[in-house]
Design a protein around this ligand. Structure first.
Ligand code: AMP
Length: 279
């Protein structure tokens, strides 16, 4: 496994790889969710490239960029046990020269849900993923369902800009109690961590209701709201039952939907989602 910090060096090392390349972009503080993406890429492609880059442009001014967990030695040790060939760890100045001004705006899908609560977030995500794809030139990009809106924003960008890459979305990896793995879970105090499984429990309750025949969008949203209201320390940002392509809120009976939510526990903002029905 080769650790690479410059774009020029990454391009040279990439050119020397023959056969297909899968790419796993991350912000580090790696956990099993990230490693599942790497394993999936390794099972489908001849080479795997991973990146570790805490991308400043996707953080708002009052967000956690400065305190986001960083532990490169630990991340490299975790990746050393995988089939990753190249790990790209660029400094911020390498990705964003001081006079860089170009941004990718994916449109309305980037302004809903997470985008409404984190203005500019998906512009930062789309811009960095487009840059990384141009640098790495992978055949396939491996993303986690955990960040469902991110997967849809990137799918849209790849389609609209004709990027020659296939997007592969891998299932959300969870703790035994249902909490989706996230680098931000490290922020939770023991008391907050004990509350956090309530998010997935509410989504799971909706999945069971849907399976039992309750398909009304408002009723499903209300069920989550009531379940989360039982934990007053959990401050809900949004509860959404939306179409699985553009993430527009649905009304009436739904056959196929993304149910997503965001909530803050103490100072930590968590997101999760499930998909109802089949396309
Ligand atoms: P991040 O480092 O948080 O930017 O995430 C990098 C990639 O890992 C993204 O595609 C995430 O969706 C994915 N990811 C993060 N957490 C999980 C998880 N619990 N299960 C599956 N994929 C995940």
């Amino acid at each position: 496994m080769q650790l690479i910090e410059s774009i020029a060096e990454l391009r040279r090392a990439r050119a020397a790889l023959t056969g297909s390349v899968g790419f796993v972009p991350t912000m580090g503080a790696l956990h099993r969710g990230h490693l599942e993406l790497v394993h999936r890429a390794a099972s489908e492609q001849q080479h795997v490239v991973a990146s570790i880059f805490v991308n400043p442009t996707q953080f708002g001014a009052n967000e956690d960029f400065a305190r986001y967990p960083r532990d490169l030695a630990r991340d490299l040790a975790a990746l050393a046990d995988t089939r990753v060939s190249l790990v790209f760890v660029p400094p911020v100045t390498e990705m964003y020269p001081a006079d860089a001004t170009t941004r990718i705006d994916v449109g309305p899908i980037a302004e809903r849900l997470e985008g409404a609560h984190r203005p500019g977030h998906f512009t930062g995500v789309a811009t960095v993923v487009a840059k990384l794809c141009h640098i790495v030139t992978p055949d396939a990009l491996y993303l986690g369902q955990k960040d469902v809106q991110q997967t849809l924003v990137i799918r849209r960008m790849v389609r609209d800009l004709d990027l020659p890459v296939r997007v592969v979305v891998c299932p959300t990896v969870r703790e035994p109690d249902g909490l989706a793995l996230s680098s931000r879970n490290a922020y939770l105090s023991p008391a907050e961590r004990a509350l956090a499984p309530a998010l997935f429990a509410a989504l799971d309750a909706v999945a069971r209701c849907f399976a039992a025949g309750e398909h009304d969008a408002d009723t499903l949203r209300e069920l989550i709201r009531q379940r989360l209201a039982a934990s007053p320390a959990l401050v809900v940002d949004y509860i959404s039952v939306a179409d699985p392509v553009a993430l527009r809120e649905l009304d009436g009976l739904v056959e196929h939907a993304v149910v997503s939510l965001a909530a803050t526990i103490g100072r930590t903002r968590l997101i999760d989602n499930i998909v109802l029905g089949t396309p």
